[in-house]
Design a protein. Structure first.
Length: 165
C-alpha cells in the first residue's frame, strides 16, 4: 500500500510541475501580460519565472542562439550591461534549441565567461508560445509582468538602458 501511495505522489508531482508550460502562449504586444512560465537552467533543473524574477524589478527576457552572429554581438553588449546593472533588473537569456544543444550553449557561455542568467528552451515551448521567428528577440516586462517593449534584432547598451528605465 505504501509503495502505491509513493508512486501515486511521484506521478502527481511530475504532472503538476510539467503541466504549466503546455499552456504557455503570449502575444508579444505592448500591454499584454506575460504569463508565468518554466525556466530551464542549463543543468536541466526547472524554476517558475514568478519565483525567479523579483516582482519589484523590470525584467528583460532575450531569446537567442549561440550560433547566431547578431545574438553573439548582443551577448557581448549584454554581458557588460549585466555586470553594471545586475541588482537593478531581472535578466534571463533563453537559448533556443533549434540547431543547437545544451552542450553547445554551455560551451559558449563558459568560453566567453558570461555571468548573466542563461537558460535553455529544451522543449521549444518558449519559442513556440511566443511565436518568435527571429533572433535575438528582446522582451521587456514591467513590474506587473506587462510587456513594455519588444524588439526583434540587436540591442546596443543604450537600448538596454532606454528600455529598462
Amino acid at each position: 500500500m505504501k509503495k502505491y501511495l509513493l508512486l501515486l505522489m511521484i506521478f502527481i508531482c511530475s504532472f503538476s510541475f510539467s503541466a504549466k508550460p503546455a499552456d504557455f502562449k503570449v502575444s508579444l504586444v505592448k500591454g499584454e501580460v506575460f504569463p508565468e512560465f518554466v525556466l530551464e537552467k542549463l543543468d536541466g533543473t526547472k524554476e517558475l519565472s514568478t519565483e525567479v524574477f523579483d516582482k519589484n524589478k523590470k525584467t528583460l527576457i532575450i531569446l537567442a542562439a549561440e550560433w547566431c552572429p547578431a545574438c553573439q554581438r548582443e551577448m557581448e553588449q549584454l554581458a557588460e550591461f549585466y555586470e553594471n546593472n545586475k541588482t537593478k533588473y531581472n535578466i534571463a537569456v533563453i537559448f533556443i534549441r533549434e540547431n543547437s544543444s545544451e552542450a553547445k550553449v554551455k560551451g559558449y557561455i563558459s568560453y566567453n565567461k558570461y555571468t548573466f542568467p542563461a537558460y535553455f528552451d529544451y522543449s521549444g515551448k518558449i519559442l513556440q508560445g511566443t511565436g518568435v521567428d527571429s533572433i535575438p528577440t528582446n522582451i521587456v516586462l514591467d513590474k506587473n509582468r506587462k510587456i513594455s517593449a519588444v524588439k526583434y534584432g540587436i540591442w546596443e547598451e543604450e537600448d538596454f538602458i532606454n528600455n529598462l528605465k
